[in-house]
Design a protein around this ligand. Structure first.
Ligand code: G3I
Length: 397
């Protein structure tokens, strides 16, 4: 290349580096990344940070802080419950779009993306469906038509407004189920066989050509034995691989990330390796329901800091492990919390004996916890411009 070209290229490189390293500073005050929201800090990496939204809390005028934080801290939202079958189609063929449309409108107002949750799951199904199958008034052929019609109606209704759909949720058993060998579980597999999974993705794609179609499950953060008989991550990996090989339109795998401090922690590298392995199938990934619960021992409930602090620290480490793994793997598109405040978390209701809680990143009074600060630190120190070359230490003589 001519010398003048080298000089020009050099000047461009310098200008580009300067632009990348430039940090927005408001007039007179140095830029403070710790004052930024999770969504702003994540945006630097093209990452969407989200939360599941409890619509009752969002609409509660007595709790404006809930609504403020959903809008300011997050760039993607998920309906915690109002897009589930029991909510959307409480009566066969009659849809109640209201609460879900309200969330979609809120997201639009706040320039947020929406994760649709969930088209097919064995929980929170309407009584007309489950009792119809149970009493035989809905046979297999009709059940498959009902599933197709529900997916088609829902995906068409939200067409163009859903970024990622959780098309199928929790279709795979756990090692503690019976039989212990991993298998397809739940209402849909029992009545339609595992073929419903490919059907669901094809029907969803036919209704929306652009939404990203995800399989979503828990306990798939890292690979274990590699044997799909007892390693759920391996089972899901092989299922996704086979679906892709058959041309089924699956675009991503959602790892829910429901963790507990009593179970210890993964390490970032093994979680990043799992994400990378799914990416190797041409799939996007996402953490879709992250929370980290702790046992509310008598000491914790009594306010004993010797019992509380280790759990807050362990919780922060668990959140951080998942976020850093997501940052490390460029196909990890979003990191969604399953609720952001202990005031509105599913955990205490689901784990009451023995009691568990403290699962989110804000406390009951909407004060950010150590885990919130850890997520922020990970986002700030994850790359340029806030991580600069080391300052060489000159040995004192
Ligand atoms: O809507 C009824 C209300 O009319 C009734 O008065 C009240 C009395 O119990 O129940 C209300 O339904 C509750 C529903 O949430 C809506 O609030 C159910 O009892 C309650 O069991 C249900 O819990 C949800 C749970 O899924 C159901 O399995 C949680 O809020 C929700 O956070 C949780 O989310 C799931 C994801 O969808 C999938 N991954 C696991 C995750 C945790 O279970």
């Amino acid at each position: 290349m001519k010398p003048s070209r080298w000089i020009a290229a050099g000047l461009v490189a310098v200008a580009t580096a300067a632009a990348l390293n430039a940090v927005p500073a408001t007039a007179g005050r140095p830029y403070d990344p710790t004052a930024q929201s999770l969504r702003a800090l994540a945006q630097r990496h093209g990452l969407y940070v989200g939360t599941a939204v409890d619509m009752a809390a969002l609409d509660n005028a007595a709790e404006p802080r809930y609504r403020e934080l959903v809008g300011s801290e997050f760039s993607t939202v998920t309906a915690e419950n109002v897009m589930k079958w029991e909510s959307l189609e409480p009566t066969r063929g009659t849809y109640d779009w209201g609460p879900a449309d309200e969330l979609v409108a809120f997201a639009r107002q706040h320039h947020q993306r929406v994760r649709g949750h969930v088209l097919v799951w064995h929980n929170q199904l309407p009584a007309w469906l489950t009792s119809g199958v149970e009493d035989g008034s809905i046979d297999t052929a009709e059940l498959r038509r009902i599933l197709r019609d529900h997916i088609t109606a829902v995906v068409r209704h939200f067409k163009g407004r859903i970024w990622q759909w959780d098309v199928v949720n929790e279709a795979v058993s756990d090692p503690w189920d019976t039989p212990s060998t991993l298998h397809y579980k739940g209402f849909w597999a029992e009545h339609l066989g595992p073929g419903y999974i490919a059907d669901a993705f094809r029907w969803a794609r036919a209704a929306d050509p652009n939404a990203l179609l995800f399989y979503n499950d828990y306990n798939i953060e890292a690979f274990g034995s590699g044997n799909p008989a007892d390693d759920k991550t391996q089972f899901v990996y092989e299922m996704a691989r086979d679906l892709r090989a058959r041309g089924v339109p699956i675009d991503g795998v959602g790892s829910q990330g429901h963790l507990g401090t009593q179970y210890g922690n993964y390490d970032t590298l093994q979680v990043a390796a799992a994400l990378r392995k799914f990416a190797g199938l041409g799939l996007a990934t996402a953490f879709t329901e992250v929370d980290v619960r702790s046992q509310l021992t008598a000491g914790v409930r009594a306010g004993d800091s010797a019992e509380i602090n280790p759990r807050l620290q362990a919780s922060a480490a668990n959140f951080s492990t998942l976020l850093r793994a997501c940052l490390a793997e460029r196909h990890c598109l979003s990191f969604t919390l399953w609720g952001f405040t202990d005031k509105h978390s599913w955990v205490p209701g689901a784990f009451s004996d023995p009691p568990e809680g403290l699962a989110t990143v804000y406390d009951e009074n909407y004060q950010p916890k150590r885990s919130y600060q850890e997520l922020k630190a990970d986002l700030i120190f994850a790359g340029p411009p806030f991580v600069r070359p080391r300052v060489p230490q000159q040995p004192r003589r």
